[in-house]
Design a protein around this ligand. Structure first.
Ligand SMILES: Nc1ncnc2c1ncn2[C@@H]1O[C@H](COP(=O)(O)OP(=O)(O)OP(=O)(O)O)[C@@H](O)[C@H]1O
Ligand SMILES: [Mg+2]
Length: 251
């Protein structure tokens, strides 16, 4: 089977600095792929390449090939708006808009031209249900999103990402700002979501990577040292550096 996302010999420069050194990996569909590794090793940089968020960074240059369903996402013909609709993103700290819950969820669909009230209502309900927050907020969708708890805000941000029906969801340390209960909710949610979506998640939490992901990539100073089934990475790492990292000897 073709991978959902293919990364081939990707090099990324921030000015003169080579932040990603020839990365190749195949990210499978309907699975959770975790990126682990010490701070500054290129996890977020790699993640952001997948929806071309790095296009916005001045002096950033990328070489190599990234495909989504076998289409080169960096080709001149590829429409970046279409890419961002297909590849959603959730960030480390919850970042809802300072607007109502309803407006947070309908923002994306509206920018894609959906204005029909009944359709928007449906999208709001479906997205909030998928993100396992509907029951908590359905009574007051006009409430300002900033008045929700951190864990609720993060689930709202996941609902917002889901509202435009993406195929891939990129998550950069989505639970690092949350308490263990909210973290557990997000982990359950992510596991549920992989039935319909391809998920790529950066995490500093080894237990989290081993609990929820199917594949794990271990990054070190801009390289992927090891990429394999999560069980194998954690039970029989092939590289000494992976073993040292997952056993807590550095990083
Ligand atoms: N916009 C930027 N301009 C210049 N250098 C950058 C930029 N963003 C990241 N870098 C550098 O690229 C390298 C990789 O950064 P990146 O944010 O991808 O690391 P990370 O693995 O996500 O780290 P962390 O776990 O701390 O989030 C670091 O050396 C960082 O300083
Ligand atoms: Mg990062």
């Amino acid at each position: 089977m073709n991978p959902k996302i293919k990364i081939e010999d990707v090099k990324l420069y921030y000015g003169d600095f080579l932040a990603l050194k020839s990365i190749s990996m195949d990210i499978p569909e309907n699975k959770i792929t975790a990126f682990i590794g010490p701070s500054g090793c290129g996890k977020s940089t790699m993640l952001k390449c997948i929806n071309r968020m790095n296009d916005l960074v001045e002096g950033c240059r990328i070489e190599g090939l990234i495909t989504l369903d076998s289409e080169d996402i960096y080709s001149k013909e590829y429409n970046v708006n279409r890419l961002r609709k297909r590849v959603g993103m959730v960030f480390q700290s919850p970042n809802p808009f300072p607007k109502s819950i309803y407006d947070n969820i309908t923002y994306g669909p509206r920018t894609h031209g959906i204005n029909d009230k009944a359709t928007l209502d449906e999208i709001v309900e479906r997205s909030l249900k998928q993100a396992a927050i509907w029951e908590e907020v359905k009574g007051d969708l006009n409430k300002n999103a900033m008045a929700l708890s951190g864990g609720q805000q993060q689930r709202l941000c996941i609902a917002r990402a889901l509202s435009v029906e993406p195929e891939v969801i990129l998550m950069d340390e989505p639970t690092s700002a949350l308490d263990p209960i909210s973290t557990g909710k997000i982990e359950d949610l992510v596991t549920e979501l992989k039935k319909e979506y391809t998920i790529v998640m950066v995490t500093h939490n080894m237990q989290q990577a081993s609990r929820v992901s199917d594949k794990t990539a271990f990054f070190l100073t801009g390289e992927v040292v090891e990429f394999a089934d999560t069980y194998d990475v954690f039970s029989k790492p092939q590289d000494k550096r992976t073993e040292d990292y997952i056993s807590g000897r550095f990083g």
